[in-house]
Write a protein that binds this ligand. Structure first.
Ligand SMILES: [Zn+2]
Length: 327
C-alpha cells in the first residue's frame, strides 16, 4: 500500500464489519458437474463493432466525455483516482462514478504483500443514467460505457448481488493478508459506471497481481451454473496478459467447480473473447466470472441468500489462491 493511500485504506478497513473467518464459509457442496477437461469457446470481436485500427500503444488518459478520437469515440481509460496520482490533471474522476476503494489486510497470512483487484460489475444506478452509460467508447472495439446488468425474476439486481459477493470475497482476501482494491465503493442509484474501459485499466494502475470481474449472467431460465471469460490474444491489447489470464480463468473454474455447477446452457465453462472492454483494457491477468445464471430459479435462490453469496465468495477465493500458487 502506497503511503499516500494508506490512511484512506485504514479508515475504510476500520469501517468494515467483523472479518469473516476463512473457515466459516464451508457448507457441504452440492452435486457438481464432473471435472473433465473442457474445450474453450472462442468468441472474436464482431467485425461490426470494430470501427478503427488498434490505437498506438501509449493510450491517452481521457475522461468519460467522448471526444473526437478513434472513430469518433474516446478511449475509455480511467484517470488515476488516487489523490497524488493524476498524471493527467485534465481528467478528474467523474463526479457521478463510484470511486475505487482500497482495503488493507486485516490479518497477516499467505497472501501478505499481494494486491488483488475485484470489479463488481455494473452499478445499480446505471439504469437511471441510461444516456450516460450508452455513450460509446473505444475499448479495442466500439462499445457503450456500461450496461444495466440483469436481475433475478424476483427483481434482485445483478449489480447489488455482485457488490455483496465482492465485499465477501474482499474480506476473505484481506483476512489472508492481501490488499484488495475494488473498482467501486458503492452501489448507488445516484451514481453510474465506471465505464468498462476504466475498470479494465484500473488494476494495473493499482499494481494488482490480478483482477476478477464479478457478474451474474442473464442466461436462459432453463440453464444454471457459472462460466468464466478470459481475453484472447488481441495484439496491442491483451497480448501481454492473455496467457496468464487463461491460467487465472482455469484456476477460478477449478475453485468454483468444487461447489457449483458449470454452466449447463453453454458448451464450455471457459470462453475466450476479444469483445470485452474490461478484458481488453486490462494490463494484469484478468477474468470475468459469470458466477451463476440470475434467470434460473435455483441459481437465483443462491444469489438471494447470504449463505449462497458467501459460498460463491469462498469458491472464488479458492480459485484466486490456486492461481497465485502457479505464479
Ligand atoms: Zn454483468
Amino acid at each position: 500500500m502506497r503511503r499516500t493511500t494508506a490512511g484512506i485504506a485504514l479508515l475504510l478497513a476500520a469501517a468494515v464489519p467483523a472479518v469473516v473467518a476463512l473457515t466459516s464459509a464451508s457448507p457441504a457442496p452440492p452435486a457438481v458437474a464432473p471435472t473433465s477437461a473442457y474445450p474453450a469457446t472462442v468468441v472474436a470481436a464482431p467485425a461490426s463493432l470494430v470501427t478503427a485500427a488498434a490505437p498506438a500503444a501509449a493510450l491517452p488518459m481521457l475522461g468519460p466525455t467522448p471526444s473526437s478520437w478513434e472513430g469518433g469515440h474516446a478511449v475509455a481509460v480511467a484517470p488515476r483516482w488516487w489523490p497524488r496520482g493524476y498524471h493527467y490533471a485534465s481528467a478528474p474522476w467523474p463526479a457521478l462514478w463510484p470511486k475505487p476503494v482500497a482495503f488493507s489486510p486485516t490479518r497477516t497470512g499467505p497472501l501478505r504483500g499481494v494486491v488483488i483487484a475485484i470489479d463488481p460489475g455494473h452499478d445499480i444506478g446505471n439504469g437511471s443514467h441510461v444516456s450516460l452509460i450508452n455513450r460509446k467508447y473505444w475499448v479495442g472495439l466500439t462499445k457503450i460505457c456500461n450496461t444495466t446488468g440483469t436481475a433475478t425474476n424476483a427483481g434482485y439486481p445483478e449489480a447489488t448481488f455482485v457488490f455483496d459477493v465482492a465485499a465477501r470475497l474482499r474480506r476473505l482476501l484481506t483476512a489472508a493478508g492481501a490488499t484488495v482494491v475494488v473498482t467501486r465503493d458503492r452501489n448507488s442509484r445516484s451514481a453510474y459506471g465506471p465505464c468498462v474501459g476504466a475498470r479494465g485499466s484500473f488494476p494495473a494502475q493499482e499494481h494488482a497481481r490480478l483482477m476478477v470481474s464479478l457478474h451474474g449472467d442473464g442466461g436462459p431460465s432453463t440453464g444454471r451454473g457459472f462460466h468464466v471469460i478470459v481475453p484472447g490474444n488481441y495484439v496491442g491489447y491483451t497480448d501481454d496478459i492473455y496467457r496468464r489470464s487463461m491460467v487465472l480463468g482455469k484456476s477460478l473454474i477449478a475453485g468454483m467447480s468444487a461447489s457449483f455447477h458449470r454452466a449447463t446452457y453453454l458448451s464450455s465453462p471457459l470462453s475466450i473473447r476479444k469483445d470485452q472492454g474490461t478484458l481488453n483494457m486490462s494490463n494484469v491477468p484478468t477474468a470475468i466470472v459469470e458466477t451463476l445464471n440470475m434467470r434460473n430459479r435455483y441459481d437465483a435462490a443462491i444469489a438471494m441468500s447470504t449463505t449462497g453469496r458467501q459460498r460463491i465468495a469462498a469458491a472464488l477465493y479458492a480459485g484466486i489462491v490456486r492461481y497465485l500458487r502457479t505464479a
